[in-house]
Design a binder for this molecule. Structure first.
Ligand SMILES: *Cc1c(COP(=O)(O)O)cnc(C)c1O
Length: 394
């Protein structure tokens, strides 16, 4: 395994990360790591990746100064507009990278897990773009709840494979996808959706999402001639957050990750792995996990389906331990309120996931000053959530 500048042991971030997988998967992960490191240093690969980000995704995404929100909170606030990407969120940055890697590795198929369907749709989109067959594993309960995304994936040519498991949700889909990958990794690349899972996924997905922060750093220096004081992003697995944070790691900039407190921080009511979880292993990595005293993973809840993951990327867990990042949690109710506030103040309907980041900035209004310069990552657009918000609030 290769060394990462920010880790002490290979594949680890402090005491988090690693490869807690069956031995058969180790060779698949080693092959993937070698291919990724090789691609990362190859100008041709990078040129193709950035060309697709520009011509297909629509990057760079704007960094928008939000005047009415700024006035509301008493500090200058910018929004990084990942909601304007093709398919409406940041996930496509990663699936394009892994899709190109699959081609480069000579894989004939790609596969993915999905919860609410957003990563499944982003993977199916790239499968269509690159002409690769695609299988998406999805819990039966999620298949039922997310019919529109299931239809989208099928339209895009992907095969959606319903997984029974114990709850019929994301955790079962992840378990089954890992199992299925073991039997077919020679032909298939498993496209993982966040900065979680076994090494090299946390590093690789971060590197495919760091374009968010690389752009934002240039954009804010152009616009303001100085660095921001705070970056704020929602954290499910943590890919949009680390994508924004990474370019600012060495700077004097506060990194704020916002988890989902759901209905409150009692067991089974939230998805706040750092704020209310404990050290454990999930999906092949050591990290903070929402679990009971016996290590049984507890169901995660959030009004934002994309935050509904019972663990968190290992590098965030390490930022929390070292104090480099500050992790907080906001409730469903606060997120719903922020969803409305941003829509009314700026004419931008955020994804419910992103509304958590907005809610945190609204909640911090008292501690913000004129000198503060804040960037909020708007990880996705809220069209997908309008029906649910209407149902919950009217
Ligand atoms: C999936 C998703 C998230 C959560 O995933 P991260 O890996 O934590 O970024 C956040 N926002 C949107 C819009 C999503 O689709």
């Amino acid at each position: 395994m290769a060394h990462d500048a920010t880790t002490s042991r290979p594949g680890y971030f402090g005491r988090f990360g690693g490869q807690y997988v069956p031995a058969t998967l180790l060779s698949a992960l080693d092959e993937l790591e070698a291919a990724f490191l090789d691609a990362r240093d190859d100008p041709e690969f990078n040129e193709e990746y950035h060309r697709l980000l520009r011509d297909y995704v629509g990057r760079p995404s704007p960094l928008y100064p939000a005047p009415r929100l700024s006035e509301r909170v008493g500090a200058k606030v910018y929004l990084k507009r990942e909601d304007l990407n093709h398919t409406g969120a940041h996930k496509i940055n990663n699936t394009i990278g892994q899709g190109l890697l699959a081609k480069r590795m000579g894989k004939r198929r790609i596969m993915a897990e999905t919860g609410a369907g957003q990563h499944g749709v982003a993977t199916a989109t790239v499968a269509a773009l690159l002409g690769l067959p695609c299988q998406v594993y999805m819990g039966v309960e999620d298949v039922r709840r997310q019919r529109l995304n299931v239809y989208r994936m099928r339209l895009l040519g992907a095969e959606v494979i319903p997984v029974e498991g114990t709850s019929g949700t994301l955790k079962d889909a992840c378990d089954e996808a890992m199992r299925a990958w073991m039997g077919q990794y020679e032909e298939t690349l498993y496209v993982f959706g966040s900065v979680a899972g076994p090494h090299p996924y946390p590093t690789m997905v971060r590197d495919f999402q760091r374009v968010i922060g690389d752009e934002a750093r240039r954009q804010i220096l152009d616009a303001e001639g100085r660095l921001p004081t705070k970056l704020v992003a929602c954290v499910g697995g943590g890919s949009n957050a680390i994508g924004l944070f990474y370019a600012f790691l060495e700077d004097d900039v506060e990194l704020i990750g916002v988890e989902a407190a759901g209905l409150g921080l009692q067991p089974g009511q939230h998805s706040a792995s750092i704020c209310a979880g404990t050290f454990g292993v999930l999906d092949g990595a050591a990290t903070y996990v929402i679990q009971d005293e016996d290590g049984q993973v507890l169901p995660a809840h959030s009004v934002a389906a994309g935050l509904d993951y019972p663990a968190v990327g290992p590098q965030h867990a390490d930022f929390h331990d070292s104090g480099r990042g500050r992790y907080v949690a906001v409730t469903d109710e606060q997120a719903l309120e922020a969803f409305r506030t941003l829509t009314e103040l700026e004419g931008i309907i955020p994804a419910l996931e992103s509304a958590h980041a907005v809610a945190q900035v609204l909640a911090m209004a008292d501690e913000l000053t004129d000198d503060d310069l804040v960037i909020i990552n708007i990880s996705g657009r809220g069209d997908k959530d309008c029906e649910e918000v209407q149902r919950l609030t009217e």
